[in-house]
Design a protein around this ligand. Structure first.
Ligand code: COA
Length: 260
């Protein structure tokens, strides 16, 4: 599939998606969000893909936010639609994807950029990365899930501080606060992400998908996460992956999961 604002590269069951607008610090405009949505939906359908890594092109920015030039003149209704469509097409889409998505945060992750990283299941940052939600500087609030996911990841107090001060934090602080899983030198960022992806891709895709649904259930209104876990746990007993995983263990060999 040909895209204008993103690059895709698949090897060894891992798809790397690079947001490629370096002259705009990879800011998320509508076209980029639509292309990311298409690439993610394709990847979800493609049995050959087991893990997805999202990063930004260049060494300066992961994503410097939503594209301010696109919404500067929006009305109340347009603003609401921008947020709702973004949630649906990108941020919720990633969070609820049945395949793990790793955010490789290679520089500035601001506003929609940090929201994108936070929608990913895991985050690895390079040591030059700076993260923040500067929206209140523009007279708006984070509208792509930032008020919810930041509080989930770092707690309410630190989330309020980041949102209200609009300050950027360093990769080291992000690691200490639990906002990212790992920090590496920029040169080894992709190696670290591939190492994690390599471990995940050898595991059962059906079990991983169940784990994503179960963990996410904890953060959904009027859904009982424990009930979802019981359901998903039970369902795994009906999969070929379960048969293969338990048989391989008893036969003292490595499991070869098909994702069925
Ligand atoms: N939307 C649209 N364009 C953006 C952008 C965004 N969120 N972030 C950066 N850009 C553009 C700049 O307008 C500039 O374009 P130009 O060369 O055509 O003028 C280009 O990317 C480079 O950015 P610049 O500001 O010159 O780089 P810098 O190194 O001086 O500063 C940042 C880097 C990240 C601190 C600064 O770009 C910034 O504050 N960006 C906005 C962050 C933000 O508020 N995000 C939340 C949006 S809701």
């Amino acid at each position: 599939m040909n895209f204008e604002n993103i690059l895709t590269y698949a090897e060894n069951s891992i798809l790397i998606i690079t947001i490629n607008r370096p002259d705009k610090l990879n800011a998320l405009n509508k076209k980029t969000i639509d292309e990311l949505n298409k690439a993610l939906i394709e990847a979800e359908k493609d049995v050959a893909i087991r893990v997805i890594i999202i990063t930004g092109s260049g060494q300066k920015a992961f994503v410097a936010g939503a594209d301010i030039s696109e919404f500067a003149h929006f009305s109340v209704e347009q603003g609401k639609a921008l947020s709702a469509e973004g949630h649906k097409n990108l941020f919720d889409c990633i969070e609820n994807l049945s395949k793990p998505v790793i955010g490789a945060v290679n520089g500035f992750a601001l506003g929609g950029g940090l929201e994108l990283a936070m929608a990913c299941h895991l985050r690895v940052a390079s040591d030059n990365a700076k993260m923040g939600l500067p929206e209140v500087s523009l007279g708006v609030i984070p509208g792509y899930g930032g008020t919810q996911r930041l509080a989930q990841l770092v707690g309410k107090g630190k989330a309020y501080e980041m949102i209200m001060t609009a300050d950027m934090i360093t990769a080291a602080d992000a690691l200490a606060w639990g906002l990212v899983n790992h920090v590496t030198a920029q040169e080894t960022l992709m190696t670290k992400c591939l190492e994690i992806a390599g471990k995940i891709k050898s595991k059962s895709p059906t079990a991983i998908a169940s784990a994503i649904r179960s963990v996410n259930a904890n953060f959904k209104d009027s859904v009982n996460g424990f009930a979802v876990e019981i359901e998903e746990f039970g369902k795994s007993f009906g999969t070929e992956d379960f048969k293969e995983g338990t048989t391989a263990f008893l036969e003292k060999r490595k499991a070869n999961f098909t994702g069925k």
